[in-house]
Design a protein around this ligand. Structure first.
Ligand code: E4P
Length: 216
């Protein structure tokens, strides 16, 4: 399973990259706004800065919601760097736009996916990646990881090449469960990635080793 970080914060992206386990980045308009990035030029520059840190797919989301707008915006985003993946919402015009990008050799990430049916449509349109939001599904008292498992099984049964990118990750346990059911990619906040490091027995064991090392 590949690890992406789900943020537009350059310090966090660098920190995850320095761990040596980072394969890519996902952003969305909310994450970009959180960093105070305003205006077209600043947005473009920010994606350039992210691509300079990480040598892997960087999802950049369109703001338009009509076919022509998404295609025009996506073309500009894709021109920033070969690693840019155009992120398109799961709406009717979004599916048309994904098909257009597929036919024109531009990578896409279909976002805001909450059902297996939506994931099938995204794959039929040729999306490179599909992003089911598992944390938000859990928030509405469903099991988001079950949806990941269902989509993985459907894609395997049908031979779809679209990668399943588990999004809206809220905890290290989400990452472990997504790995278990065969997600291709997990996009996570830095806290969930570093949370995987933690175990009290590791801390206790290390403290003991360090204490005994003084007697060597
Ligand atoms: C996916 O790519 C989205 O950016 C993200 O995972 C959404 O997560 P949230 O539900 O924590 O906002």
């Amino acid at each position: 399973m590949r690890f992406f970080i789900d943020t537009a914060n350059l310090d966090q992206i660098k920190e995850a990259h320095d761990l040596g386990i980072l394969d890519g980045v996902t952003t969305n308009p909310s994450l970009m706004a959180k960093e105070g990035i305003k205006g077209q030029d600043a947005i473009m520059q920010h994606y350039r800065d992210i691509c300079a840190i990480v040598d892997g797919p960087v999802s950049a989301e369109v703001i338009s919601t009509d076919f022509e707008g998404m295609v025009a915006e996506g073309k500009k985003l894709a021109a920033i760097h070969d690693n840019i993946v155009v992120k398109i919402p799961m709406i009717k015009d979004g599916i048309k736009a994904i098909k257009w990008f597929t036919d024109n050799g531009i990578q896409t990430n279909c976002t805001l996916v909450f059902s297996a049916g939506q994931a099938i449509l995204a794959a039929k349109a040729g999306a490179t990646m599909v992003s089911p939001f598992i944390g938000r599904i859990d928030d509405s008292s469903w099991d988001g990881v079950k949806l990941i498992e269902q989509i993985v099984n459907i894609y395997n049964a049908q031979g779809f090449m679209t990668e399943v990118l588990a999004a809206s990750i809220r905890s290290p346990l989400h990452i472990v469960r997504c790995a278990e059911v065969g997600a291709d990619i997990c996009t996570c906040p830095l806290s969930s990635i570093t949370g995987l490091l933690k175990h009290p027995l590791t801390d206790l064991g290390l403290a003991q080793f360090m204490a005994d090392a003084k007697n060597l």
